[in-house]
Ligand binder design. Structure first.
Ligand code: PLP
Length: 443
């Protein structure tokens, strides 16, 4: 994009655009390989789960601090009953109009602002973001997509092409198709804009989008994780999405929100990611939480966008949103609402964040605690001045936690950051068990 847009950051007085993570690609892979070696000698073989607990084949009980997919916890009775009932009634997709699917589509649409009246069901988050990209391309008749650096959107062709993280996609930088254009991540964990506010860097992303349009490549859309999951569990700064969405729309493109990771309650609202930003997208991709662990994803958009896609291509998924998945998805939304799990994410998440911050005052290894609700990032550093990542120490901490019955592991690009994202049903007592175990391990 630099060829197209020059270096817009320079005009704003920002440091050179060479992103730090591109330069250290080789080193990153070495670190990943190093860390793997330090990982769990013998990982536990989990057999069953209940709420935020997991039980292995030996009967040992673990606290699950990482499973963001099991939104309402493991084996929630209401979800199990709804899925089993539907299995008895009907579990097949075809071209007819099935009651469970139609009811669930209405329910999903009702969680979004007015106008989101078209729902496509798929089986996973990758399929959802992939379809969202194709919808934008078909609706605008254009091929170009803008993505944010350090993001993860999935493993299918289109979702992988816009995934700019390194750990999940080692070849992304070399093989990125020419229709993908990247802008620097907003306030990512180790990015150039760490801690920056939107006013400082949103204009840079806007300049890239304007530059693309000026060169005759008006983008079909921009895809963004509305909360930085992969890059360490960091919230986007206020105003960023609003400004970049506006730029994309000025050129006739569409805004795609990837809410796969945080949508439906993790941050204390159905869609905190874009609600907080006051930036309503045109297309929303969701998965993970909505299926409560069952394979289920959805793309929600407005009729005119969905219809344009239908007239140009054909969407059909044999198992996407099957009657059983839909019944489970409906039950998951019921549980989130009836058990007040959004509130729980805010209250218990707030308690967890305060306890971790307090831990940081006593243990030098803790670099920072960031994030929101029940998606927090806990960074370990060897030195608070240089912020040298404590990667092998982090692996050791996870191993010691495992010995104490806590399942925790770093994922994504930063192996010195624990992304803490337990099931939304987690209690204050379980959070205390986790922090006390971590305190002892750090001591
Ligand atoms: N988008 C985001 C933000 C994700 O975090 C993920 C998975 O981690 C995906 C998309 C892909 O979802 P799935 O693993 O269900 O294919």
């Amino acid at each position: 994009w630099r060829e197209v847009a020059g270096d817009p950051g320079a005009a704003l007085g920002l440091p050179p655009t060479a992103p730090a993570h591109d330069d250290s690609l080789q080193r990153r892979h070495e670190v990943l390989a190093e860390v793997q070696e330090h990982y769990y000698g013998v990982p536990p073989r989990i057999e069953r789960g209940w709420r935020e607990l997991l039980i292995d084949v030996e009967g040992r009980v673990y606290l699950d601090m990482v499973n963001n997919v099991a939104s309402v916890g493991h084996a929630h009775p209401h979800v199990v009953a709804a899925g089993s009932r539907q299995m008895h009634l009907l579990n097949t997709n075809s071209r007819f109009h099935y009651r469970a699917i139609a009811d669930y589509a209405d329910r999903i649409a009702a969680t979004l602002p007015d106008g989101f009246d078209t729902v496509f069901f798929v089986n996973s988050g990758s399929e959802a973001t992939d379809l969202a990209i194709r919808l934008a391309m078909a609706a605008t008749g254009r091929p170009d997509i803008v993505a944010m650096r350090e993001a993860y959107h999935g493993w299918t062709y289109a979702s992988d092409a816009v995934s700019t993280s390194i750990a999940d996609n080692p070849f992304a930088l070399e093989t990125r198709p020419e229709w993908v254009h990247t802008v620097d991540a907003a306030n990512s964990y180790r990015g150039r804009h760490r801690g920056a506010d939107a006013v400082r860097y949103a204009p840079e992303a806007v300049a890239v989008i304007d530059g693309l349009a000026a060169s005759g490549r008006r983008p079909a859309g921009m895809i963004a994780e509305t909360y930085f999951g992969n890059a360490g569990g960091v919230a986007l700064p206020d105003g960023y999405l609003r400004e970049v969405y506006a730029a994309v729309r000025r050129h006739g493109g569409l805004a795609i929100a990837d809410e796969v990771q945080v949508g439906y309650g993790r941050l204390g609202e159905w869609f905190w990611g874009f609600q907080q930003q006051d930036a309503v997208p045109d297309i929303v991709a969701v998965a993970k939480s909505i299926g409560g662990g069952h394979p289920l994803g959805a793309v929600i958009t407005r009729r005119e966008i969905g219809d344009r896609y239908r007239t140009q291509g054909y969407f059909f998924s044999s198992t996407g949103g099957s009657p059983v998945s839909s019944a489970i998805g409906m039950a998951v939304l019921d549980v989130i609402e009836q058990e007040g799990l959004q509130e729980n994410a805010r209250v218990v998440g707030g308690h967890l964040q305060r306890r971790l911050e307090e831990l940081g005052e006593r243990h030098d290894l803790v670099g920072a605690v960031h994030g929101s609700g029940l998606y927090l990032g806990l960074e370990f550093v060897r030195d608070r001045e240089t912020l040298e990542p404590a990667t092998t120490e982090t692996a050791a901490i996870c191993n010691r936690l495992l010995e104490r019955g806590v399942i925790m592991q770093p994922t994504g690009d930063f192996q010195n950051v624990l992304k803490i994202k337990p099931p939304l049903v987690i209690t204050r007592a379980s959070v205390d068990v986790f922090v006390d175990a971590l305190d002892r391990v750090l001591s």
